[in-house]
Design a protein around this ligand. Structure first.
Ligand SMILES: Nc1ncnc2c1ncn2[C@@H]1O[C@H](COP(=O)(O)OP(=O)(O)OP(=O)(O)O)[C@@H](O)[C@H]1O
Ligand code: SF4
Ligand SMILES: [Mg+2]
Length: 307
C-alpha cells in the first residue's frame, strides 16, 4: 500500500545539517495499522510530513515513497493536492487546528464537499452518520469546537480526517494530552476504523492495543520492526527493551542518557553510548538482520561479527 525506501530528510540550519530521517525503509500493508514509536525528536513527525509533502523549504528529501505505484516525491504540487485529504489523510497533533468560528459538522463536511463534489446537505448527512458511529450523537454536528471537551475534540479531528473516506490515514499522537479514560475511548475508536493507518505515538499502551506492527525510531533511523504482539512480549533491540522497561507497568526503569545530536550523530550504532551491551564492533554501523520475520538493526543479531 505504502512503501518507503531509503528515505532521508535533512534540514539545513545555521548550526549544521540536521539528519532528522536518515535512511528509513518500511512497507505498510493494506488494512494494517503500523505504528511508529520512539523518543521525542527521533524523526517520527518529520517522516509523516514527508509522506504528505508538508515539509518546510529547508528540508532536503531523498529516497522513494511509493503509494499506488507512484513515487510521491516526484509528483507535482497539483497532483499532491488531490492525494492529500482524499487518498492520504492526516489527523493533526494539535486540537487548535479546529476553526473556532465554524461548526464542527461544517468543518468535517468541507473535505467531503471538496473531494466528492457533493452539496452541503448530503455532506452534512454523511458527517452526522459518522458522528453517530463515533458515539458523539448526530445533533452535535451543529456545535462549535469550544462546546466539546478535549477528548471529544480529538474525536472530531479523527472524524475530519476520515470524512472524505481516505485510503490511508496518518495520525500523529492522537492521544496526546488526554487522560486515561479518554485515551481508552480513542483506542476504541481506532479499533473500529477499518483503514490502513500510520500511527505515531508515545502512548505505548495505546500502541499495544491498536497496532498490527510496531516500528521503533531512534535518532533518525528505524531500529526494529516487529508484529505488535511479539514486540510487546519480547522486544529485540536493546533500545526497544529500554522503552518498554521505562513503562510504569514494567518497572519504570528509565533509559540512561540522552538521544545524541542529529547534526553530528555518533558513528556506528547510534544507541551505543547508552547501550549496556555495547562492544567494540558497535563502533561500526550494524547491519539489518531478519529474526523470525522481524527486522532489527543491532550487531547482537548479525550473522557475523558479534561473537
Ligand atoms: N524545520 C526544521 N528545521 C530544522 N530541524 C527540524 C525541523 N523540523 C524538525 N526538525 C528536527 O528534526 C528532528 C526530528 O523532529 P520530529 O518532529 O520528527 O521528532 P518527533 O520524533 O516527532 O518528536 P516528538 O515525539 O517530540 O513529536 C528534531 O531534531 C527536530 O528538531
Ligand atoms: S549494535 Fe551494539 S550498541 Fe547498538 S544496540 Fe546493538 S549491542 Fe547496543
Ligand atoms: Mg512529533
Amino acid at each position: 500500500m505504502l512503501k518507503v525506501e531509503e528515505l532521508r530528510v535533512h534540514f539545513r540550519t545555521e548550526f549544521g545539517v540536521v539528519r532528522a530521517v536518515d535512511g528509513v525503509s518500511f512497507e505498510v500493508e493494506r488494512g494494517e495499522k503500523f505504528t511508529l514509536i520512539g523518543e521525542s525528536g527521533s524523526g517520527k513527525s518529520v517522516l509523516a510530513q514527508s509522506i504528505l509533502r508538508l515539509l518546510p523549504k529547508n528540508a532536503y528529501v531523498s529516497g522513494r515513497i511509493i503509494f499506488e505505484g507512484r513515487n510521491l516525491l516526484e509528483l507535482g504540487e497539483e497532483e499532491m493536492r488531490r492525494i492529500r485529504g482524499r487518498k492520504i489523510a492526516w489527523i493533526p497533533q494539535s486540537q487548535s487546528s479546529l476553526n473556532p468560528v465554524l461548526t464542527v459538522g461544517l468543518q468535517c463536511a468541507e473535505p467531503v464537499m471538496e473531494h466528492f463534489k457533493t452539496d452541503k446537505k448530503s455532506a452534512l448527512l454523511k458527517v452526522a452518520r459518522m458522528f453517530e458511529f463515533f458515539g458523539m450523537g448526530r445533533g452535535r454536528i451543529s456545535d462549535y469546537p469550544h462546546q466539546f471537551s478535549g477528548g471529544m475534540r480529538q474525536r472530531v479531528l479523527v472524524a475530519m480526517g476520515i470524512s472524505a473516506d481516505p485510503e490511508f490515514l496518518i495520525a500523529d499522537e492522537p492521544t496526546k494530552g488526554l487522560d486515561a479514560s479518554k485515551r481508552k475511548n480513542i483506542a476504541e475508536l481506532f479499533e473500529k476504523i477499518d483503514k490502513t493507518m500510520l500511527i505515531i505515538t508515545h502512548d505505548l499502551e495505546f500502541a499495544e492495543r491498536v497496532s498490527d506492527r510496531i516500528a521503533v525510531m531512534y535518532c533518525g533511523e528505524v531500529v526494529e520492526i516487529s508484529p505488535a504482539k511479539e514486540f510487546f512480549r519480547e522486544p529485540l533491540h536493546p533500545y526497544s527493551k529500554g522503552l518498554l522497561e521505562s513503562l510504569p507497568s514494567r518497572g519504570l526503569k528509565p533509559i540512561i542518557g540522552f538521544q545524541p545530536s542529529m547534526i553530528n550523530p555518533p558513528s556506528g550504532c547510534r544507541f551505543r553510548e547508552r547501550c549496556e551491551f555495547a562492544k567494540k564492533i558497535c563502533e561500526r554501523a550494524p547491519p539489518e538482520s531478519i529474526v523470525d520475520g522481524r527486522i532489527v538493526r543491532c550487531w547482537m543479531y548479525a550473522e557475523r561479527g558479534w561473537a
